[in-house]
Design a protein around this ligand. Structure first.
Ligand code: MN
Length: 201
């Protein structure tokens, strides 16, 4: 019995993040793009199941594992991305998250500048990430190209900014920088703080 991935509901209405992210973008992004990653990951699992049953005859396992990595990482990151945002978000974090950001980046402004620079500079399609690194018990910024490249295996994503063109092009055209700057206005810091608390347990 192969376990399957499923598309989570958006935790708010499609227009909740306006004017910063339009209803049209949110609907396409969640209902079409995220769903495609869920379906792609499930299709890869089916191919692996099929391979096991047929002694790997006729199965290009390298291609299937590549598909699984790409689509599963896409599903996981979008599943963090939606609750990372909310209507009336923005501002700055409180709680342990605020303390950790100050400790690991010097100040919230220094963190914001670093994260923004990383997100804006992703080569091609990808993500800007704030992750918890359990190996060193600290917060670090990272980039992902596509969804899965440049990843560190044990890092836990806490705050993720999708900088694929599908995340902003309908509203911001090719101006990724303005999209990332506006995106800070919808960040749900309580969600990020909860993820850090869970990751540290
Ligand atoms: Mn996306």
């Amino acid at each position: 019995m192969v376990k399957k991935y499923s598309l989570p509901d958006l935790p708010y209405k499609y227009d909740a993040l306006e004017p910063h992210i339009s209803q049209e973008i949110m609907k396409l992004h969640h209902d079409k793009h995220h769903l495609a990653y869920v379906n792609g990951a499930n299709a890869a699992l089916d191919k692996l199941d099929n391979g096991r049953k047929n002694s790997w005859q006729g199965v290009d396992i390298k291609a299937v594992e590549r598909d699984l990595s790409f689509n599963l990482a896409g599903h996981v990151l979008h599943s963090v991305f939606w609750p990372n945002m909310k209507s009336g978000g923005g501002g700055s974090p409180g709680g342990k998250l605020a303390d950790s950001i100050k400790e690991d980046f010097g100040s919230f402004d220094a963190f914001k500048a670093q994260f923004g620079a990383a997100a804006k500079a992703v080569e091609g399609s990808g993500w800007g990430l704030l992750v918890y690194d359990p190996t060193s018990d600290q917060l670090i910024t990272m980039q992902s190209e596509k969804h899965n490249l440049l990843a560190s295996q044990t890092s836990v994503p806490l705050l993720v900014c999708d900088v694929w063109e599908h995340a902003y092009y309908l509203q911001y055209k090719n101006d990724r920088g303005s999209y990332v700057d506006a995106w800070w206005n919808v960040v749900n810091w309580e969600d990020v703080d909860k993820r850090l608390e869970k990751a540290r347990q």
